[in-house]
Design a protein around this ligand. Structure first.
Ligand SMILES: CCCCCCCCCCCCCCCC(=O)SCCNC(=O)CCNC(=O)[C@H](O)C(C)(C)COP(=O)(O)OP(=O)(O)OC[C@H]1O[C@@H](n2cnc3c(N)ncnc32)[C@H](O)[C@@H]1OP(=O)(O)O
Length: 224
C-alpha cells in the first residue's frame, strides 16, 4: 500500500506545485504583512474601516473556490511530501513565521526567524506556547531528517529565560532511537543565549509503521 494512495488524492507534479507556490506564496507573504499591520496600526478610524472592507472583499474573492477545512499533507509524483498548511513552516500558512530548516550531516538541524508582535506572550517576549510550537516542529523535522519520523508523543520544554521578540534560532538533533521511539533534543537561542531547551519523543503510530521507509524517503528540507 502506498502512502499516496492512503490519502485518496492524485499526487501533483512538481510543475503543478511550482505554479501553486508562485501564485500563493506571495499572497501568504502579503497576508502576513497585513496581520502585522492589523496588530500594530494606529491609522485613522476611516482608514481602518476602509481597510476592513477591502480585507472582507479579498476574503470573499478567495472563498469563491476553496477546499475543505485544512490543506493537509499533499504528495508529489516525485514522492516528496508538501506540508504547505503547516503552522510553523507551511508555504501557504500566513500564521507560520515561517521557519525554513537547514539539515546538516555534521550538526543540528536549524532555522532562524524574526518573531514580531504576532507571537507575543508576556510584554516584549515570545509566547511560551509559540516557543514550544517551534521546538516541536524543529525536533520533529530533525527526527524526520535522521530517517526516523514520528508524531510527537511527549514534548518537555524547560524555559530558562524569556525569549525576546526579534531574531530567534531553533536547533534540534536526534539523540537516540529506542525501538519505535526517537528521542530528539533541541534549543531556542536568541542574542541573549539559550532561552529554552526541549526533549521530545517521536513515535510513528502503529497503523502506519509499516510505511516508515516510504515516509522517510518523502522528506525534503523546507517541505515540513
Ligand atoms: C501518515 C501520517 C503519519 C505522519 C507521521 C509523521 C509526521 C511528520 C511530521 C513532521 C514534523 C512534525 C512536527 C510536529 C509534530 C506534531 O505536531 S504531531 C501532533 C501532536 N501529536 C499527536 O497528535 C500524537 C497523538 N498520539 C498518537 O498518535 C499516538 O498515541 C502515538 C504517540 C503516535 C503513539 O502511537 P501508538 O501506536 O499508540 O504507540 P504504541 O505502539 O502504543 O507505543 C509505542 C511505544 O511508544 C511508547 N509511547 C506511546 N505513547 C507515548 C507517548 N505519548 N509518549 C512517550 N512514549 C509513548 C509506548 O510506551 C511504547 O514504548 P515501548 O513499549 O516500545 O518501549
Amino acid at each position: 500500500m502506498s502512502l499516496i494512495g492512503d490519502f485518496g488524492v492524485d499526487p501533483m507534479t512538481p510543475e503543478q506545485f511550482d505554479a501553486e507556490a508562485a501564485l500563493f506564496g506571495p499572497l501568504t507573504d502579503s497576508v502576513r504583512t497585513l496581520m502585522e499591520a492589523t496588530l500594530m496600526s494606529e491609522a485613522e478610524a476611516d482608514d481602518v474601516a476602509r481597510a476592513r472592507a477591502l480585507v472582507d472583499e479579498a476574503a470573499a474573492l478567495l472563498n469563491t473556490r476553496r477546499g475543505g477545512i485544512a490543506l493537509g499533507t499533499r504528495w508529489g509524483t516525485d514522492g516528496i511530501r508538501r506540508s504547505w498548511g503547516n503552522a510553523v513552516m507551511g508555504l501557504r500558512n500566513p500564521v507560520a513565521p515561517p521557519l525554513e530548516f537547514t539539515h546538516d550531516d555534521d550538526g543540528p538541524s536549524w532555522a532562524e526567524a524574526e518573531l514580531g508582535g504576532l507571537y507575543e506572550g508576556p510584554p516584549g517576549l515570545v509566547h511560551g506556547g509559540v516557543v514550544a510550537l517551534l521546538l516541536d516542529q524543529a525536533l520533529g523535522s530533525a527526527a524526520f531528517y535522521a530517517g526516523s519520523p514520528g508524531m510527537t508523543g511527549t514534548l518537555t520544554v524547560r524555559y530558562r529565560q524569556g525569549t525576546k521578540l526579534g531574531p530567534v534560532r531553533v536547533e534540534a538533533a536526534l539523540d537516540r532511537v529506542e525501538g519505535v521511539k526517537s528521542f530528539v533534543v533541541g534549543t531556542v537561542i536568541t542574542p541573549d543565549g539559550v532561552c529554552a531547551e526541549a526533549e521530545g519523543i517521536f513515535i510513528l503510530p502503529r497503523e502506519v509503521r509499516h510505511l516508515a521507509g516510504e515516509l522517510a524517503q518523502s522528506f525534503h528540507p523546507g517541505e515540513g
